[in-house]
Design a protein around this ligand. Structure first.
Ligand code: UFG
Length: 347
């Protein structure tokens, strides 16, 4: 049985992924400093996994949790010395673009220094397989979508994006010079709600991202949505993004893992876009939501955010061919599942 380390796994967001991996007979180790989640999530994962095909006893044997911080090499040493790890799935930790502009050093330390510590310890313990959660934000903002993996990268507009860009480059060097085998998954805009309605995103504070904000307005917890700009060169002047469903995202991770395992070549370095081909504008997101909730969604047009670009969507051709997975869930489905999750949470 292969052993996976999931780093910076941020609670509920990746619960579904952890369950999927357990179901595929992996030994799963979760590593997190709990700054964004709490320990009860580990118990939830165990419960969901045990109630599926797995049974309680096997889940207890197959899932471990280490509380630790990637900035502390000793925390990582402990995990690697107590386990033989085959592959690391290195999820994002600090992921808010606006926050990264206010706290750039925190982002460099968490993301870049954390990754350096991780890869150093991996090297020491001869674990060289890594799947990294990268982002659409690595693409040069002057480029025109749909972005392919060959589209120019760099010129990032914020520290968060810069950390992703730097980490990709560090991993490329490690693939070339230190025999690491790397897959960078470039997520477009994930929507974190599972179709079961049990797992989803409902931040306690004011959300940074569009759909969680829309959901709070729809649920009456916030009064109105601010639409950041309606004078972009897009279908209706509002920002266009490529929204992906967490269920597809989890499948892509599993496929990336299988690709890493089945590809026996020594050298492996891939950048892969995870998206749908489709761009959806903010106004379209509002209209879809209104159709689903059966009510109008209060909103007003305000100024652009300084780091935003007009339009970001991709060609996921490579993901479809190499990972054999094509997004199955539409943006409407993602909104529907998010609404279902919020309602179940309230009841
Ligand atoms: N938007 C609004 N109002 C809001 C929030 C967002 O109008 O209250 C608009 C934005 O201007 C943008 C679109 O909705 O046009 C999406 O914005 P998000 O903040 O949800 O997402 P971003 O595209 O800015 O960033 C997201 C992730 C990043 C990731 C990036 C990759 O937050 O981590 O996608 O494309 F890097």
């Amino acid at each position: 049985m292969k052993t996976l380390l999931l780093t910076w796994w941020t609670g509920y967001i990746w619960s579904h992924n952890a369950v999927l991996l357990l179901e595929q007979w992996y030994q799963v180790i979760l590593f997190d400093n709990l700054s964004n989640s709490d320990k009860s999530t580990v118990e939830n994962i165990k419960e969901i996994a045990a109630s599926s095909l797995l049974g309680k006893e096997r889940v207890e044997r197959s899932l471990k949790f280490y509380e630790g911080d990637l900035r502390n090499t000793s925390d990582l040493e402990k995990v690697f010395s107590e386990n033989t790890i085959d592959t690391v799935i290195h999820f994002a930790w600090a992921k808010a673009v606006g926050e990264s502009c206010e706290k750039p050093f925190e982002y460099y330390e968490n993301n870049v220094v954390g990754t350096l510590n991780l890869t150093k310890v991996m090297e020491k313990h001869n674990c060289k397989n890594i799947i990294f959660s990268s982002s659409a934000t690595v693409y040069d903002p002057s480029q025109t979508p749909p972005f392919s993996e060959e589209t120019k990268t760099g010129n990032t507009t914020n520290p968060y994006g810069t950390t992703k860009f730097l980490i990709e480059n560090i991993l490329r060097d490690l693939a070339t010079h230190a025999d690491f085998r790397v897959i960078n998954l470039r997520y477009f805009n994930p929507v974190w709600a599972h179709e079961s309605g049990l797992i989803g995103e409902d931040p306690n504070d004011i959300p940074n991202n569009l759909l969680p904000f829309i959901m709070k307005v729809a649920a009456g917890e916030l009064t109105e949505l601010s639409v950041f700009g309606n004078d972009y060169d897009t279908v209706d002047g509002t920002g266009v993004r490529d929204y992906i469903h967490v269920v597809d995202l989890a499948q892509w991770h599993l496929s990336a893992l299988k690709h890493l395992e089945s590809n026996t070549t020594h050298l492996l370095y891939e950048n892969i876009n995870l998206g749908t081909w489709a761009g959806t504008s903010v106004m379209e997101m509002i209209t879809f939501t209104e159709e689903i909730i059966g009510a109008s969604l209060p909103h007003k047009i305000v100024a652009r955010r300084p780091w935003d670009i007009a339009s970001a969507y991709c060609s996921p051709d490579k993901a479809e061919k190499l990972l054999w997975w094509k997004a199955e869930k539409s943006v409407k489905q993602a909104i529907d599942d998010s609404w279902n999750f919020i309602q179940q949470k309230k009841s």
